[in-house]
Design a protein around this ligand. Structure first.
Ligand SMILES: Cc1ncc(COP(=O)(O)O)c(C=O)c1O
Length: 344
């Protein structure tokens, strides 16, 4: 080797440096996520997660500077529930409840059904979902588009035997080859958020987290992420945004928000992880969802509106240093029939 020539190892390192520079340049020019490391995925499930944190620029007051929203609508099925679809199926397979070619059955507000249906397509399962009739028709159409069978039942309290969770369990028992997924009791639900959503937030902020704000349906998100962040730094505040009418802030009454709020305490919700709850009304949440679309270009659902409102309040109140992270669970495309319905 002549003096001044590069060894193979040195040449490789120079090439990698140039590649990194080009990728950074492409990222800044595109204004988007830029060139990703791995561009060919084995299947759609491979691109779930890794969602971005985004600053707010218009809604709220100056406190918005502390808020970062995590855009779960970017998942291929359009919501945070893509993350648990595969995990629920894997845990049913591992316990022997789900056999090859079988049928996944679940009670869902829609997004878990979409996440499960997507995974079922890839893994060769059939899917059947039971949905309360208050949920948007858009989500029902989406589940059907993935080939799922959807049963819509009256939205009655959990103590009623006709509640969607009981109907789904009965269907699973009476359908040959079927397995009930059980997002409200399966530990794989919060565990998935402990393993993926939590570490993404910690790593993307270099641990600069003051508070974490999420809604709770099953409680999987807030419990899994909350546990992870508290394991990293016990001072991080974990705050639940809750619809007025849900049991977590009580008293129980009907509400229109979908995917968040309950009339009982699911097994997957670890109440000890939640430091406090903030109650938000349906109309305020829907107004904020429409503002996020029109003023921030973030097309998200009503629960995202509720969570963003709570996060702005927390950003004003918390003495902790760092960012206030708000989960925006799903896409506004799920709500064209209600929140974003315009007469045309
Ligand atoms: C639309 C929607 N999907 C999913 C979730 C996540 O709920 P969990 O992980 O508690 O089931 C929420 C919570 O706000 C939500 O609003």
């Amino acid at each position: 080797m002549q003096q001044g020539e590069l060894s193979m190892a040195e040449a490789g390192s120079v090439v990698r440096k140039i590649e990194r520079k080009l990728q950074a340049k492409a990222r800044s020019e595109k204004g988007g996520r830029g060139v990703r490391e791995k561009r060919i995925a084995d299947n759609v499930l491979d691109v779930i997660g890794g969602t971005p944190l985004i600053r707010l620029n218009r809604v709220g007051g100056p406190e918005r500077e502390r808020v970062l929203v995590k855009l779960e609508a970017i998942n291929p099925g359009g919501s945070i529930k893509d993350r648990i679809g595969l995990a629920l199926i894997r845990s049913a397979e591992a316990s022997g409840r789900l056999k090859p070619g079988g049928t996944v059955v679940e009670a869902t507000a829609g997004n878990t059904g979409i996440g499960l249906a997507q995974a079922a397509c890839v893994l060769g399962y059939h899917s059947i979902f039971v949905v309360p009739d208050k949920m948007s028709v858009d989500k029902i159409r989406l589940m059907q588009a993935y080939g799922a069978t959807v049963h819509v039942v009256p939205d009655v309290p959990r103590i009623d035997p006709n509640n969607y969770q009981h109907v789904a369990r009965q269907l699973a028992n009476s359908t040959p080859g079927a397995a009930y997924m059980g997002q409200f009791e399966e530990e794989s639900n919060p565990e998935t958020h402990y393993r993926t959503t939590g570490p993404e937030i910690w790593s993307d902020t270099d641990g600069q987290v003051a508070a974490f704000v999420a809604g709770a349906g099953t409680g999987g998100t807030i419990s899994g992420v909350g546990r992870y962040l508290k394991d990293c730094n016990p001072h991080i505040e974990i705050i639940g945004a809750d619809p007025i009418g849900s049991i977590f802030t009580g008293p129980v009454a009907p509400f229109r928000l979908e995917g968040m709020g309950e009339d009982y305490y699911p097994k997957t919700l670890d109440v000890d992880v939640v430091d406090r709850w903030i109650a938000v009304g349906d109309d305020d949440a829907f107004d904020m969802a429409r503002r996020l679309a029109r003023e921030e270009g973030l097309l998200v659902g009503g629960s995202s509106g509720a969570i963003a409102l709570a996060a702005l309040q927390v950003a004003k109140e918390t003495a902790n240093p760092g960012y206030v992270i708000a989960i925006l669970p799903d896409s506004g495309r799920n709500y064209f029939s209600n929140i974003f319905r315009e007469e045309i």
